[in-house]
Design a protein. Sequence first.
Length: 377
Amino acid sequence: MPSRFPDFRLEAHYARWEFTAKYNLAASDLETLRISDLLAMASDEDREGFEQLSLGYTPTWGGDKLRAEIAATYDSLSPDDVLVFAGAEEAIFWAMQVLAGPGDHVIMTVPNYQSMETIPLASGAQVSGVLLDSSDGWGLDLDMVRAAWRPNTTLVAVNFPNNPTGALPDPETWRALVDLCAERGARLFSDEVYRGLELDRDRMLTQAADLDPTAISLNVMSKSYGLAGLRVGWIASRDHRVLEQLERHKHYTSMCNSGPSEALATIALKNGEAIWARNRGLLQSNLPVFEDFFRTHQDLFEWSPPAGGCVTFPRYLGPDGVEAMTAGLVEEAGVILLPASLFRSDLACVADDRFRMGLGRTDAEEALQTFDSFLRR
């Protein structure tokens, strides 16, 4: 029986190159920590708790200590408002099926992470895309959201700071989007996995679950915390009916999370501000290196740094085209970039001369030097 889902283009590309290429210059996460680094941040009690941990099953909802630390990252939520998943992808997989199906209409920002649009389409929902405006810093146009609205619109799904563009709306636009969904009776699903990496802290948005009782906030340890190997993500919402539906669906996939991962994630969240500060510092030190690279090759690229997060979506102006350039770069020089074809959307036209680049790795300068040498050849 054939799968309902098409190949996940980005993940298939990474399956080929992520662990064979020397440099991942498209990484969507921050340079990670070692377990020893994380345990060095822990209290004596938490460190001993990790070492004495029993390797049995954990609660499907997530452990009490973990959910309490997650809830503490919100302004108004309690541990009962949190459901833990095995990464953000499991949460997306079930949320996009539970929240939308035949007869429902979904509005979604483009470009996006492929499963955000693939899964509701496969579930039988009608889905419309609102293209972020590249000429306006990848801005969100609320008039386009209103124009896409239908009588059966039940869900609006967004990702800010955005992957792959690094876009971040201003607080007024964000609040207006939340209010629009509330006024028209649609639920807002907000992917907030890059929150915390804003170099301008005044631009950090209030999380959707804090702003509206039906809104859903998605987050994960992978991106702004740089702890992808823990595979711990979550959905936060004050709508317990939806959380209970999602918990029952989780029984069919992960059932529960890894106990060691939950314990380490709890330690990380207790030290979240310190980890965020470390990661923002890495971005801050890397930015001049990227600026120098693009200044040197301004005849080949148009680029702007991300407003939030650690990824950006430059334009390639070379005559060979972005697909040929990125293929040659990884095959000949061992440097991964993600071409626009991996962000193709069925909902709106993503420009085919773009590529995703990540700014959050410690070997970024060496990778850019290799990229520079490739371009000069």
